[in-house]
Write a protein that binds this ligand. Structure first.
Ligand code: MG
Length: 274
């Protein structure tokens, strides 16, 4: 099943794809659906013919995983981590398909793309062994873990470098876990302005989805609606020669096999600087 948050007549609704048609639900809380509430189609609404997808973000904690693809670790010249490298991604950084990634040149001039498979947790998980870990997955979506490389270098941790407003595009839809039985065999590609820059496969992860859920749940209670960004394959701009960073006017697309494409324009900040 495919589930989306949509904008319909200026209201936020939840919709599911049913027999090839997108149908609006009576429920309006994506978090409740990810926690197990059965989707109930609103029969008063016709199947959708035109709608805008919003970020399919259920509202939970967003965990980021760094240095989790063997080819990326090679690009960066770092040793392979012995345990997953965790960082937080702030909920205020989430945007949806088509929303601009906004760059404030006073904050960063080195914004980079990171196409990633995102895991949506569906059940409360604490101390879960790897062999049971996929039972706690509600579904998957695509994410672009936009990263300010200059800010990452400047700080001893990555809250600012990863958490800036608009730096977490996700979507376009959540695909339920039954449709992706093996999350370690999924192709991920990223394009910038139509040129392919990343072409990887989740088979290259150092810590797979099972291992990440098990590890996280040893330290934190995972809750329905939490999101795990599982790392990015080779091809980020900051590790190209010469480096290549995002600029206003660019457009990024992350495509994940079996999920779909997430496209975002890049724009300059227009807010007054205090
Ligand atoms: Mg990342």
């Amino acid at each position: 099943m495919r589930i989306a948050r949509i904008s319909l007549q200026e209201r936020t609704r939840i919709a599911v794809e049913d027999a090839g048609e997108w149908r609006v639900l009576t429920q309006t809380d994506l978090g409740a659906i990810t926690a197990g509430e059965a989707p109930e189609i609103d029969t008063a609404e016709e199947p959708l013919t035109h709608h805008a997808f919003l970020a399919p973000y259920p509202g939970g904690t967003i965990f980021g995983i760094g240095l989790n693809y063997r080819d990326t670790i090679r690009d960066m010249g770092f040793p392979t981590p012995e345990t997953p490298y965790l960082f937080p991604k702030l909920s205020s950084s989430v945007v949806g398909p088509g929303d601009p990634i906004i760059l404030d040149a006073d904050v960063t001039t080195e914004a980079d793309w990171e196409g990633e498979l995102a895991v949506i947790i569906g059940k409360t998980a604490r101390n879960i062994p790897e062999e049971n870990a996929l039972e706690f997955v509600f579904g998957y979506t695509a994410a672009n873990d936009i990263s300010a490389r200059d800010v990452q270098r400047a700080d001893p941790q990555w809250v600012r470098g990863k958490g800036l407003d608009t730096f977490c595009p996700i979507g376009p839809v959540i695909v339920t876990a039954d449709e992706i039985p093996d999350p370690q065999n999924v192709r991920i590609r990223t394009w910038v302005n139509g040129n392919i820059v990343q072409d990887g496969n989740t088979a290259d992860m150092v810590f797979g989805v099972r291992a990440l859920i098990s590890y996280l749940s040893r330290h934190f209670t995972l809750c329905p609606g939490d999101v795990i960004l599982t790392g990015t394959p080779s091809g980020c701009g900051g590790f190209m020669t010469p480096p290549r960073f995002l600029a206003p006017g660019d457009e990024t697309t992350v495509e994940i096999q079996g999920i779909g494409s997430l496209t975002n324009p890049v724009a300059a900040a227009s807010l007054p600087v205090p």
